[in-house]
Design a protein around this ligand. Structure first.
Ligand SMILES: [Zn+2]
Length: 204
């Protein structure tokens, strides 16, 4: 296994000097452009695939990018959302699911995670995603659930009063993304159709 501390040394010698002025600027404070909620999966690297620099995205990660409703969300999630919106006044929140998500596989096949009581309880917070009518009947079942979970977490965000108020005041926008680490592509949820479309098509 690669020695992570050797990686730290390499970072200090090669990467940090190139970004040193950026880090020094950030010492006076941060003003990230997005709160980015994604999965803990090691194959999902949000700073990498969004080409972000330090200070640009404020990230929350957990298994399955699950927000939960206000009151059922874990304290870390609730506190981080509160800080992001009330203090940092971040103008957009992105819920980013990903292809081949193990947490969503656990939601789809609960019998596969019965020996993991905490995982079982956690992914069950997303059980409503199982009942959603698939927007793409041709997609495989796991992809349908991954997409439904992104929509569900966007709805859950709106149960947080600070989020709902900021959206209402046009100070905050919510986005759903689906990242495929095998292709590097991101599909974004188009609000007008509630379907996921290629981000390149969306931009063009
Ligand atoms: Zn995942």
């Amino acid at each position: 296994m690669r020695d992570l501390l050797a990686g730290v040394t390499q970072f200090q010698q090669e990467t940090f000097p190139q970004k040193q002025s950026r880090f020094q600027e950030l010492a006076s404070g941060q003003s990230p452009e997005a709160l980015f909620i994604t999965c803990s999966d090691s194959r999902v690297n949000p700073e990498l695939f969004t080409n972000s620099e330090p200070g640009e995205i404020f990230v929350i990660r957990n298994a399955g990018n699950i927000v939960g409703r206000k009151g059922e969300a874990d304290l870390g999630m609730a506190a981080t959302i509160e800080y992001a919106i009330q203090v940092l006044k971040i103008p957009q929140i992105i819920i980013c699911g990903h292809a081949k998500c193990g947490a969503m596989q656990g939601l789809m096949n609960p019998e596969a995670v019965t020996s993991l009581p905490e995982v079982s309880k956690w992914v069950a917070l997303s059980k409503d995603a199982l009942n959603e009518e698939p927007s793409d009947p041709n997609a495989d079942r796991l992809t349908q659930i991954i997409e439904a979970n992104i929509r569900l977490q966007l709805r859950n965000l709106m149960t947080f009063p600070e989020v709902a108020d900021a959206v209402e005041a046009n100070k905050l926008r919510l986005h759903g993304w689906l990242y495929d680490f095998e292709t590097g592509k991101v599909n974004v949820l188009a609000p007008e159709t509630n379907q996921f479309v290629d981000s390149n098509v969306r931009v063009a």
